[in-house]
Design a protein around this ligand. Structure first.
Ligand SMILES: Nc1ncnc2c1ncn2[C@@H]1O[C@H](COP(=O)(O)OP(=O)(O)OP(=O)(O)O)[C@@H](O)[C@H]1O
Ligand SMILES: [Mg+2]
Length: 110
């Protein structure tokens, strides 16, 4: 959540920025959390890369690790994260999390 909110905060226009957090339950009782903004959006060429480690458009101000760590954390909880974005309109991240703790999704590698 920290990374998603910082990203949105950095993407929105000064004094006119809107960042929204919404929570809902899906029909099968998964938890759905969305973080949306009215920021600059993500160009379609970039969107397939944003979850890759070290992908950043912020030069030395970004490490490009935020979204790859966010995705990893969500997936370790058995959920998934999706993005919908339109250039100059805004961006929405949609996190879906099951309420049951599924051992199936855990891949212990040590
Ligand atoms: N809400 C958003 N609006 C516009 N672009 C975004 C948004 N969220 C992510 N991005 C794009 O995705 C890239 C990757 O985001 P990510 O959080 O992984 O890294 P970062 O913010 O650049 O650096 P850091 O590691 O410090 O978080 C960003 O550099 C930016 O280009
Ligand atoms: Mg970030």
């Amino acid at each position: 959540m920290t990374n998603l909110l910082l990203n949105s905060g950095e993407a929105v226009p000064e004094n006119k920025g809107i960042v929204k957090i919404e929570g809902a339950l899906s029909q099968n009782k998964d938890l759905i959390i969305t973080v949306s903004d009215n920021g600059k959006g993500i160009p379609s060429d970039d969107i397939e890369h944003i979850f890759e480690p070290f992908f950043t458009t912020k030069g030395y101000r970004g490490t490009g690790l935020g979204l790859s760590v966010t995705k990893k954390i969500v997936e370790e909880h058995g959920g998934n994260i999706q993005v919908v974005s339109e250039k100059d309109k805004g961006t929405k991240f949609i996190i879906t999390l099951p309420q049951t703790n599924t051992e199936v999704n855990r891949k212990e590698t040590f």
